[in-house]
Design a protein around this ligand. Structure first.
Ligand code: NAP
Length: 297
């Protein structure tokens, strides 16, 4: 579609942004739906964040995704922040309504939607999470508010970071059934085995390090388990292949990536993204682009 005087602009602010898949996802969706929008990636340095937001208002940009390193810092400059983004402490989508900026966290929607068909399987059972970074916070929020886990075990290299998360969610959501473990196999093997849901929220296994694994053996995966890897490049990680071989159901980070994008799309345009078609096209696009790198959103 040609750009004309009616074209509406949305985009991404982050640093770096050069390997993001969001321009591909959203511009393809605009083409498929015939909406007169374009999605542009803006490389914004931390010291320019506030000016970038003022520019967004001044230019009438309809909204942006927010990625590393601005997801937390952006909150103080927004007029409204959704309750979940406030609790998680990170915004990944901003909507500009006539100069009023509202912040949302669509990662929660992406994770929740992609997991909901397993709700009965995982409710009131133990859950195991590798990692305690930004995406782990969205995952934990989703689990506590939608899936009622019996307990959440978090394994992280940096123990105090994981403890910080458990303190935070105990305070704000009143959920207390956490355990924090060292990222060290003998310590966590039993927990992985007894968990119905295992989630990798670390970048381990992401292109180009596709042979790396959060855990080096597959003895504790089995059927009746759901194993979720937030890494989406490659779409089927070595970790997921191992778990699948042992009979577990597996979910690729691609699902969350597309669903979080679809929510942003809906917030900006009021329309539904054609998810199935975008997924097909993204999987094709990911093959050649594996050579170059990645970004979250
Ligand atoms: P982050 O905030 O930087 O957190 C990274 C986490 O991974 C931390 O807990 C870190 O541990 C751990 N970690 C990193 N490298 C490690 C290693 N070599 N060994 C053990 N632990 C390691 O990153 P994030 O935003 O949570 O993103 C994490 C991954 O999720 C990325 O691959 C990202 O692309 C993916 N993601 C996917 C989606 C999606 O839609 N599919 C959405 C968001 C994120 P320490 O605390 O010890 O440093």
């Amino acid at each position: 579609m040609t750009i004309n005087a009616e074209t509406k602009i949305v985009g991404l602010i982050g640093h770096p942004i050069s390997h993001s898949f969001s321009p591909f996802i959203h511009n393809t969706a605009f083409e498929l739906t015939g909406l007169n929008y374009k999605y542009i990636a803006f490389d914004v340095l931390p010291e320019n964040l506030k000016d970038a937001l003022k520019g967004l208002v001044a230019l009438g940009i309809k909204g942006v995704n927010v990625t590393i390193p601005h997801k937390e810092a952006v909150i103080e400059s927004l007029d409204n922040v959704s309750p979940e983004a406030r609790i998680i402490g990170a915004v990944n989508t901003i909507v500009n309504e006539n100069g009023t900026l509202s912040g949302h966290n669509t990662d929660v929607y992406g994770f929740t939607e992609s997991l909901k068909k397993y709700k009965n399987l995982i409710s009131n059972t133990p859950v195991f999470i590798f990692g305690a970074g930004g995406s782990a916070r969205a995952v934990i929020y989703s689990l506590i508010t939608n899936f009622q886990p019996e307990r959440i075990v978090i394994a992280n290299r940096n123990i105090s970071r994981a403890e910080g998360i458990t303190r935070h969610f105990s305070q704000v959501l009143g959920y207390k059934d956490f355990e924090v473990k060292e990222f060290f196999l003998p310590e966590i093997a039993g927990d992985i085995k007894s968990s119905r849901l295992v989630v990798n929220t670390t970048p381990i296994g992401m292109y180009p390090n596709i042979n790396e694994l959060p855990v080096p053996v597959d003895d504790f995966f089995h059927d009746g388990q759901v194993v979720y890897d937030l890494v989406y490049n490659p779409p089927m990680t070595k970790f997921l292949k191992l778990a699948r071989r042992k009979g577990a159901e597996v979910i690729s980070g691609i699902e969350m990536l597309i669903l979080q994008a679809s929510k942003s799309f809906e917030l900006w345009t009021g329309k539904e993204m054609p998810i199935a078609e975008i997924k097909k096209l993204l999987l094709k696009e990911l093959k050649p682009r594996r050579k170059k790198g990645k970004n979250d959103t």
